[in-house]
Design a protein around this ligand. Structure first.
Ligand code: GLC
Length: 719
């Protein structure tokens, strides 16, 4: 298609309709999308051969309705592990595979754009959407999100890198004004987006709800035109988040090319029809042909690549079985072993008692637009039984029956009409008697307690019992199981089926092992069972810090002021996010960034550093010196010299995950780091101070195995 020719043939009315979505499908009087459950569609211009395009969420799987009226067919899509678990894998290859499988499902269900990945920095553990995000560190986020984008787009469907930018909380997300320094923006909050845009070229970017230093992101020309296009060379189009902003004319003028989902006046009574507003502005000359054509061009240049434009005959029948295997494989790479005092792996002969309602209601992922509708989710009990683990079925039956009773009674899920979503009350954990715990501690070798959490879009988590802290009944259950099993010299394992950090310090001594499978997608029970059996050795490492206590976190201004109804949030910690804060200010975390145990042990040797014109290259050997096969994630931290500007104690500048190493096997690792990536943002450019840079090779941000230094000369890099 000759885009310029098409633009010349379009009427102004058609151009204006193309830059506004057709309204939230299936809601507020709008018809369903042709792909029912999709989040949005664009306006078709048949006479010019421009089809409508379909946009569907989300980061953990294609979110469409699994059932359609008058249609016996099912439209399930695979539930993959949450983004935080993908990040815990530190494995670019598996994340590419997940992206490719998700892209294939999008294509085969008729979706043109997958509204993912979401790479907002995990600034505070209470953000309700942390499960959809990768990490507290921009490098880990960008490396994995780039692989994801490449994977999805290799199937010929688009992605939407989101939410651009500094959308790090759900509290008042549509109006909150995020106040953040340009240095923190450039080095932390923008950095991930910058690298993914340059490296993976996402077809679209989704601008964020919040204001950034006083301006809605979707209406910020500095952000969407100056930074994104002029400085980074972004060639796709920008869409707004759903119902974001308050001025469609400003959005188009700023470079937000597509206003989604459209018809916001259907939902926000104080809103006017975007199309009418744009028309009026055009007629008054406030919106120029050039500005309108820029957005139309940006959209068409991408639209011509979509399956809908190409008339792709989608099957509605993606290969869910093979994608299930990819979901399992990704989860197996992201499961993190946090504590293990002679508990795991256990054998099939081991007799275990499973406690906790999460064994039945195992959480596959989070809520909101990041939710998924898989054909099944294997819960932990099912996974253990399927793998022939000797589970105490007396205890299991109690949980199965009690959960069913509670869910049909006092703890029945209910609809929140104004949000059109289901609220799932948290179940109590006082449903097993002391006698049954006593009996189980006699009959079984291990006690296993499942702690699960779910959170989602629209609201942040609570710094309260039952969320960040254990509930009273969870704590009591852990104490009773711990007492009874320890009295008999038997061990206790805690399984954390959570989407973001919870408080652990106060109860860690009650258990002998902690396994963190996050929210692992539909294959949950199988992955967790196989990790416990040692079918594979857990190799995940933390993409986010678990502080000793919430009061230790750096983001003290979360979620903003005034406390009861925040209108603005200032990122006072600036660049000191996550380990950058804990390491620099000497605050000891419970589990540090990059931490994860294995069933085996690794030795690091022979560090060699080479300096080239614009990059340095480190190489070293990793040897498996333990008794199990396993994978190791080596991390490269750089400690910059004290210079004019203050710097974090150290920053992650590279990482590498080995293949599975057999005992005694060695793998030689080589990692390259561009000098620009070691620079700091200062006075509108990137500055690499002269001096001695310490290269720190670690098994985690605190478990440093090899170090050496290198002298670098001062260098400046344009933005
Ligand atoms: C939501 C989310 C965004 C999602 C979009 C469409 O509000 O913020 O991540 O892609 O709307 O569902």
């Amino acid at each position: 298609m000759d885009v310029e020719k098409i633009i010349s043939q379009m009427t102004v009315d058609e151009k204006i309709k193309l830059v506004v979505g057709v309204g939230l499908p299936g809601m507020f009087g709008n018809p369903h999308s042709r792909v029912q459950g999709a989040a949005g569609e664009t306006y078709p211009i048949e006479r010019l051969g421009i089809p409508s395009t379909v946009h569907a969420d989300g980061p953990a799987g294609v979110r469409i309705d699994p059932e359609r009226k008058n249609d016996d067919k099912k439209y399930h899509a695979t539930a993959f592990p949450i983004a935080t678990m993908l990040a815990s894998s530190w494995n670019k290859d598996i994340v590419f595979e997940v992206g490719k499988a998700m892209g294939n499902e999008a294509k085969e269900y008729g979706v043109d754009f997958l509204l993912a990945p979401a790479i907002n920095i995990q600034r505070n553990p209470l953000c309700g959407r942390n499960f959809e995000y990768y990490s507290e560190d921009p490098l880990l986020s960008e490396e994995l999100a780039s692989s994801f984008v490449e994977g999805v787009q290799s199937e010929g469907v688009g992605t939407s890198l989101k939410h651009f930018v500094a959308n790090n909380q759900e509290t008042n997300r549509m109006t909150i004004d995020t106040i953040v320094s340009e240095r923190a923006l450039r080095e932390i909050y923008l950095k991930g987006f910058e690298i993914v845009v340059k490296k993976a070229k996402p077809w679209t970017i989704m601008s964020a709800y919040n204001k950034l230093n006083g301006k809605y992101c979707s209406q910020s020309k500095w952000l969407l035109t100056d930074v994104l296009r002029k400085q980074w060379g972004f060639e796709g189009f920008v869409m707004s988040d759903w119902y974001a902003g308050d001025n469609p004319v400003e959005q188009i003028k700023a470079g937000n090319d597509l206003i989604m989902p459209g018809k916001t006046y259907n939902v926000f009574k104080n809103r006017k029809d975007e199309i009418e507003e744009l028309k009026a502005a055009y007629e008054k000359g406030e919106l120029t042909d050039e500005e309108l054509n820029n957005s139309v061009r940006a959209i068409l240049n991408i639209l011509v690549k979509t399956p809908s434009f190409k008339g792709y005959k989608y099957s509605n029948n993606p290969d869910l079985n093979s994608h299930a295997k990819i979901s399992y494989k990704a989860a197996s790479e992201g499961i993190v072993l946090l504590k293990n005092e002679d508990v795991l792996p256990f054998s099939k002969e081991t007799k275990v008692a499973l406690f906790g309602t999460g064994q039945i209601e195992t959480i596959k992922g989070g809520l909101g637009s990041g939710d998924t509708h898989p054909k099944y989710t294997i819960n932990i009990l099912e996974g253990f039984i399927e793998r022939d683990i000797k589970v105490d079925m007396e205890i299991a039956e109690i949980y199965k029956n009690k959960v069913k009773e509670l869910r049909n009674g006092e703890f029945k899920p209910y609809m929140i009409p104004e949000f059109n979503r289901i609220q799932i009350p948290m179940l109590p954990e006082d449903i097993i008697s002391d006698e049954n715990i006593e009996k189980a501690s006699e009959k079984n070798d291990f006690g296993i307690v499942v702690i699960s959490r779910i959170s989602g879009e629209f609201e942040d988590r609570k710094l309260d019992k039952g969320d960040y802290y254990l509930s009273d009944s969870e704590k009591t259950l852990l104490e009773k199981v711990s007492k009874k099993f320890h009295e008999k010299g038997k061990k206790v394992l805690a399984i954390l089926n959570i989407g973001a950090p919870i408080e652990i310090s106060s109860w860690i001594d009650l258990v002998d092992a902690i396994l963190l499978p996050w929210q692992p997608g539909q294959e949950a029970g199988r992955v967790i069972a196989d990790a416990c059996l040692g079918v594979f050795t857990p190799s995940g490492k933390l993409p986010t810090t678990f502080p000793k206590d919430y009061s230790d976190i750096p983001s003290k201004s979360f979620p903003g002021t005034p406390k009861d109804n925040p209108t603005e949030v200032t990122y006072e910690e600036d660049i000191y996010v996550g380990y950058r804060y804990y390491d620099t200010f000497g605050v000891e975390p419970l589990f540090e960034f990059g931490f994860g145990l294995s069933y085996t042990k690794f030795e690091y040797n022979n560090l060699n550093i080479e300096k080239f014109d614009d990059y340095i290259q480190v190489s070293f050997d990793i040897k498996n010196v333990g008794n199990y096969k396993g994978k190791e994630i080596a991390q490269v931290y750089v400690k910059a010299p004290k210079g004019k500007i203050d710097k974090p104690f150290q920053e992650l500048k590279g990482f590498y995950k080995t293949k599975t190493l057999e005992p005694q096997e060695i793998e030689k690792v080589t990692i390259k780091m561009n000098l620009k990536d070691l620079a700091s943002f200062c006075e509108n450019k990137w500055i690499l101070d002269e001096g001695k840079y310490e290269i720190r090779i670690g098994a985690s941000s605190k478990d440093i195995r090899l170090t050496n230094s290198i002298h670098l000369c001062r260098k400046e890099f344009e933005i």
